[in-house]
Ligand binder design. Structure first.
Ligand SMILES: Nc1nc2c(ncn2[C@@H]2O[C@H](COP(=O)(O)OP(=O)(O)O)[C@@H](O)[C@H]2O)c(=O)[nH]1
Ligand SMILES: [Mg+2]
Length: 291
């Protein structure tokens, strides 16, 4: 049997989370058009007769002086040293720029076994040639695959490339596992995804979610959760609550529908919006949050 831990890394919005979900066959990691949707290391598991791939989704590698982004970039860099293989995801529709070169530099210095994939080939892969040259220059000999995480194409060839680099080993998780996340974390992430998808501009980035109470009710048929949707300003709170509470109810509806697919019981949310000023500048909170 093969058993492999794989760090999935790349620029923001290259499609890392979409790919982890596609490879694991379930919703492991939240996805939105907004960069920096993923803030943590999220484990997804793919098991086949060949063995197991434990995929670690990571925040996008992003050059920025902002504290939250620095925590996330440090998390990516430290993850590189802890895995068997690095899966580098590049957006084939965007030309290679300064940020892509910076991440290639970090990867080259990490000196791990690499598999590179060019994603979004369904959208034309317009920048694909330049991407190929940059990867060949920085990571010579790394297998390179073309995929569409969204359409699900090229994934078998990508799994082959990952298993080819995998060490022998026992399964790390039971066969039917596809993620090891705690229920309260999954609930907070799904709420954050729905809130991000329903807001724009600076609001998605100002959100974090805290689940404070969880209770099994109705003899195990329903999980009740009290959660707080936190933002930085009163004006953002107003947007999330919406006219007569319309927006927050819609976020709850969407989140409960997704959570019903994820858990073997119904999830009922008591969700409130709270203002937590400057949370993105508070080290103790960020240290607890970004892991
Ligand atoms: N056209 C296309 N869009 C994709 C593909 N993979 C991801 N996306 C979109 O790219 C955006 C960012 O995806 P996400 O998985 O959150 O990227 P991440 O930041 O790297 O985790 C979302 O709007 C996705 O729907 C793909 O293969 N093709
Ligand atoms: Mg992501």
């Amino acid at each position: 049997m093969k058993s492999d831990t794989v760090a999935v890394v790349g620029r923001p919005s290259s499609g890392k989370s979409t790919l982890v979900n596609a490879l694991c066959g379930g919703k492991v990691s939240i996805v939105s058009p907004v960069p920096q949707t993923t803030r943590n290391r999220i484990r997804g598991v793919h098991t086949s007769e060949r063995g197991q791939l434990v995929l670690i989704d990571t925040p996008g590698f992003h050059i920025s002086e902002k504290k939250l982004n620095r925590y996330m970039t440090d998390l990516v860099t430290s993850t590189l040293g802890e895995v068997d293989v690095v899966l580098y995801v590049v957006d084939g529709t965007r030309p290679v720029g300064e940020e892509e070169r910076a991440i290639l530099d970090v990867l080259r210095r990490a000196a791990r076994p690499f598999v590179a994939c060019v994603n979004k080939m369904d959208a034309g892969g317009a920048a694909w040639e330049g991407v190929r040259e940059a990867i060949a220059g920085a990571l010579p000999g790394a297998p390179l695959r073309e995929i569409s995480a969204l359409a699900g194409t090229g994934l078998d060839a990508l799994r082959d490339a990952l298993f080819a680099l995998s060490p022998e080993g026992e399964l790390m998780y039971p066969e039917d596992y596809y993620t090891d996340q705690e229920p309260s974390f999954r609930i907070s992430e799904i709420i954050r995804e729905k809130a991000m998808l329903q807001t724009r501009e600076e609001v998605p980035h100002a959100i974090y979610v805290r689940v404070e109470d969880l209770e099994m009710r109705d003899g195990g048929a329903m999980l009740w959760a009290r959660a707080f949707l936190c933002v930085e300003r009163e004006s953002q709170k107003g947007i999330l609550v919406g006219r007569a509470g319309e927006r927050i109810r819609s976020i709850v509806r969407d989140a409960e529908a997704d959570l019903a697919e994820i858990f073997p019981y119904a999830v009922k949310l008591d969700l409130r919006v709270r203002v937590d000023r400057k949370w993105r500048k508070r080290d103790p909170l960020l240290r607890k949050m970004i892991r």
